[in-house]
Design a protein around this ligand. Structure first.
Ligand SMILES: Cc1cc2nc3c(=O)[nH]c(=O)nc-3n(C[C@H](O)[C@H](O)[C@H](O)COP(=O)(O)O)c2cc1C
Length: 194
């Protein structure tokens, strides 16, 4: 009988290390990430699977002026929510230490199934983006905090909430600290059927 080919190559091992090793990064160095790398990561992100090839995503790379407006907004949102200006100040300061900001939106659809599938595709694109950066030594954090649903945020970015909704606000940069994480054993996530 012919032996099945070995699948366990060096490339596969390294690929697995990227998938398992990527961590959500909270603390970043201030070393700038080249824009060229971000462009490549966006291009790689768009190769995510998407049903009917709808390509429902859009990427917004935020510049200094837009980031500053977001910092003002997060200060206001947090102060309003907690009723405490100090809490708002603290949050804005922590967000001001995030070096790179990119937003991924999804096109809205009146068709419920299309909407769900398009959202799934945008999540896959987000993961592609994060993994591409990770392989280049750049960490990121996916956030869906209050700001991503606030009408004032849509105004700052210049998007129409009837046309697009936010899938992920991502911060990226070279990690200052990489946290550890764990997952349940695979047999908890997998059921083999006869
Ligand atoms: C859809 C989505 C939204 C998330 N939003 C937040 C968030 O608002 N704040 C946060 O601290 N982490 C957020 N995360 C990151 C998760 O907390 C993180 O993935 C989780 O702790 C596992 O860590 P790991 O990414 O290092 O494996 C989000 C992740 C996903 C997929």
């Amino acid at each position: 009988m012919k032996k099945s080919p070995s699948y366990y190559t060096q490339e596969l091992r390294e690929f697995g290390e990227v998938l398992r090793g990527r961590r959500t990064i909270n603390l970043f160095l201030q070393t700038p990430v080249p824009d060229g790398l971000i462009m490549e990561a966006v291009e790689a992100a768009t190769w995510a699977p998407n049903h009917h090839v709808t390509e429902p995503w859009h990427f917004y790379l935020l510049g200094r002026e837009t980031i500053d407006a977001c910092l003002g907004l997060v200060r206001a949102i947090c102060t309003e929510k907690k009723g405490d200006a100090k809490a708002g100040e603290h949050k804005a300061k922590s967000w001001s230490e995030k070096p790179g900001w990119i937003l991924i939106t999804c096109r809205t659809s009146a068709d419920e199934l299309r909407q769900q599938e398009d959202y799934a595709a945008c999540c896959a694109a987000t993961q592609n983006f994060m993994l591409y950066l990770w392989k280049a030594g750049v960490g990121s954090k996916w956030t869906t905090g209050d700001i991503t649903r606030d009408a004032r945020f849509f105004e700052i970015i210049g998007i129409d909430p009837d046309e697009e909704f936010v899938v992920s606000l991502l911060w990226y940069g070279y990690p200052k600290m990489t946290p550890t994480q764990s997952r349940q054993p695979t047999d908890k996530a997998l059921t083999k059927l006869p």
